[in-house]
Write a new protein. Structure first.
Length: 178
């Protein structure tokens, strides 16, 4: 007898440049749907970041034989905030990416967690990126900043590493299942 397939919609959100697109690209088992375009504002461009998401990044992966996870990533720029409402419909969990090199990213993450909590009763997980960069805050420092919602775990994430991404996703799924 075949098991019933379980399908989960997970929201990936966070500040501009926190690694959302990279995360979805590297963890997805299908060619992800990406809506990237060149960054129009010169002050937002860098050697490492030339494009930005304008609508959605969407990927999919299987976890075991009977679980499919769809990842819906929001744009990071404020002018695309309206996409949050569209993409968050039907989510069962959220991963908020936090750039360890940016105080603004930490503030954005905290505000996103509050926004999600106001609208949904779902598990949330903070995933901290760029911890390997010289100007990064430590995971402990970021945990201290994000301690207002103690029930939200703070985990390290290398969005370029598929295994790191899977570890974070499994931690969120375990919260959903519990």
């Amino acid at each position: 007898m075949a098991k019933d397939k379980k399908v989960f919609k997970i929201l990936i959100t966070g500040s501009f440049g926190s690694g959302k697109t990279t995360f979805v690209k590297n963890i997805s088992e299908i060619d992800p749907l990406l809506t990237e375009t060149n960054i129009s504002r010169p002050e937002n461009r860098s050697e490492d970041k030339q494009t930005t998401t304008v609508a959605i990044d969407m990927g999919k992966l299987k976890v075991g034989d009977d679980v499919e996870v769809y990842l819906f990533s929001t744009p990071g720029q404020e002018r695309f905030d309206f996409m949050f409402d569209i993409l968050s419909k039907g989510i069962l969990g959220a991963i908020i990416l936090v750039d360890a090199t940016s105080n603004e990213s930490i503030e954005v993450a905290e505000n996103l967690a509050k926004k999600i909590r106001e609208r949904f009763d779902i598990p949330i997980l903070y995933a901290v990126t760029k911890l390997d960069l010289p100007n990064a805050k430590s995971l402990e420092e970021i945990k201290a900043f994000l301690s207002t919602m103690e029930d939200i775990p703070v985990e390290p994430l290398n969005p370029m590493d598929k295994e790191s991404g899977k570890e974070v996703l499994v931690k969120l799924l375990s919260k959903i299942f519990s």
